[in-house]
Ligand binder design. Structure first.
Ligand code: SAH
Length: 269
């Protein structure tokens, strides 16, 4: 056997003994071509648990389990629990779209969470508003290293393809924001609704329906997690139309661009 092929075998053995990364989104459009890329690179083994399909293989050199959580906090919590129990994922990344809440956050921008909070959780006056009862926490921090790697992948995408992406999709040149993402079991789609969120949580950048549930479960199991969201709408009266057109036309392209860069850097490191 040649030294080169011995090296290749050793690299394969090392990569297959690595615990996988869990990658999830709520809706199929938010995963882009990730499962097709896995099929082409390593083949895909699909395992079904709790009515969800978990796709196991290697993408851009990184061992991954890729799945769809579907919509809402319960769906997200159930799915990430299975990723932890059945697949022993080393860490978790959620990718998807969200409504912009921060004044500077526009459609086409990207938000990487530093922290996540459930904006619809309220057991007051027994516990402070937003606090998860008996856990004593309202804000769950994303893993600093994973979030920084994800943000770096987003910055590279914007530097390399931001202008072309803006021209192609008719959006502004994307910007990358880092900060608080809030989650709840509502699609926020009114000026009054988004104003109330801004008043209650002035540092919130984006609103969605899964991230903080994933962050809570990952916190409880000690699994690092990070969340990246592309802004599909601004959670106001235009949100339904803006969400649908962004999801069908743009979300997949963003996801491909960000995840490819993130996974390539991860498997090189
Ligand atoms: N039936 C719709 C459900 C979409 S719900 C469909 O399948 O097309 C909206 C999804 O996008 C959720 O997963 C949520 O995380 C995210 N999202 C985008 N904009 C949002 C907003 N303004 N408010 C809440 N969630 C939003």
């Amino acid at each position: 056997m040649s030294a080169a092929s011995q090296g290749h075998d050793a690299a394969l053995a090392a990569s297959s003994s690595k615990r996988p990364l869990g990658i999830l989104a709520a809706l199929p459009q938010e995963l882009g071509d990730l499962i097709e890329a896995m099929r082409a690179e390593s083949g895909v083994r699909t395992v079904t648990h709790g009515r969800r399909d978990y796709h196991v293989g290697t993408v851009h050199g990184a061992p991954c389990v890729v799945t769809l959580a579907r919509v809402g906090k319960v769906a997200a919590a159930a799915t990430v629990s299975a990723l932890i129990h059945a697949f022993d994922v080393e860490s978790v990344v959620f990718t998807g779209v969200a409504g912009g809440v921060g004044a500077e956050v526009r459609v086409g921008d990207i938000v990487v969470a530093n922290a996540l909070l459930q904006h619809d959780l309220d057991a007051s006056p027994l516990f402070p508003r937003f606090e998860v009862p008996l856990l004593g926490m309202s804000r769950f921090t994303a893993d600093a290293t994973l979030a920084a790697q994800l943000a770096a992948a987003c910055e590279r995408f914007v530097a390399e393809e931001g202008a072309a992406s803006a021209a192609r999709f008719g959006t502004m040149r994307p910007r990358v924001h880092r900060g608080l993402i809030i989650s709840g079991d509502q699609f926020v789609a009114s000026a009054a609704g988004v104003k109330a969120l801004r008043e209650a949580l002035p540092d919130a950048l984006a609103v969605e329906m899964e991230g903080a549930a994933i962050a809570q479960v990952c916190h409880e199991y000690g699994v690092p997690c990070a969340v990246v969201r592309t802004i599909s709408d601004t959670a106001d009266d235009h949100a339904p139309a803006s969400f649908v057109s962004f999801l069908t036309e743009i979300a997949g392209a963003y996801s491909n661009a960000i995840l490819t860069r993130f996974l390539v850097a991860r498997s090189a490191g």
